[in-house]
Design a protein around this ligand. Structure first.
Ligand SMILES: Cc1cc2nc3c(=O)[nH]c(=O)nc-3n(C[C@H](O)[C@H](O)[C@H](O)COP(=O)(O)O)c2cc1C
Length: 171
């Protein structure tokens, strides 16, 4: 079967709704690093693992793959401006943001939908990205509706009634 055209692949993947997170760390010199990431997902319950994938070309890549810990801030529906801000390379991304130290002493957002703090468990190769596997050390649920990235736009869950109250109800 022929490999899909990269533009077609990107177009199809744009149809897959994804969470919007800002992932942060602090390096050995105390410098803060952060980037907007939709490549965040849970991986394992026992042990508790999650993953997120920084591009190898990102200026923050080195800090994350050589670091010891990172914090995933799952953005709330009204935090699209923060997502755009942390998706831009350049000067100090943290200046003028509400980031302050939270779990594991890492920069976090007080109004995030959730925060998941990890120690670095493993770094895997993921083509032009690295796969950071994090062992979950602390969690915080803020409860706000999440921001969603779909069709290259920020959106929010539509508030439709759940089709079933729980997956377990259907079994
Ligand atoms: C909605 C959204 C999701 C993104 N997801 C990722 C991602 O999962 N991995 C990644 O490397 N870059 C992702 N990016 C791009 C990075 O945020 C951006 O390239 C990053 O800020 C560059 O980091 P740097 O300033 O350290 O170079 C995403 C951007 C947006 C707007």
């Amino acid at each position: 079967m022929p490999t899909p055209d990269p533009a077609e692949f990107a177009r199809v993947m744009a149809q897959v709704p994804a969470p919007v997170t800002v992932v942060t760390t602090v390096d050995a010199t105390g410098r803060r690093w952060g980037f907007t990431a939709s490549s965040f997902t849970s991986l394992s319950l026992d042990p508790p693992l999650v993953l997120v994938c920084p591009a190898k070309t990102a200026s923050c890549h080195e800090a994350f793959v050589t670091g010891t810990r990172f914090l995933v801030n799952v953005l709330a529906a009204d935090q699209a401006d923060i997502a755009s801000h942390f998706a831009r390379s350049g000067a100090d991304k943290f200046a003028g943001t509400p980031m302050r130290p939270y779990e594991l002493g890492l920069p976090g957002l007080p109004d995030a939908t959730a925060r998941i703090a990890c120690t670095l468990y493993e770094v895997l190769d993921g083509g032009d990205h690295s796969i950071l596997v994090g062992r979950v050390e602390a969690v915080h649920a803020g409860g706000a509706d999440p921001l969603v990235y779909h069709d290259r736009q920020f959106t929010r869950p539509r508030g439709l009634p759940a089709l079933q109250t729980s997956l377990l109800d259907s079994t």
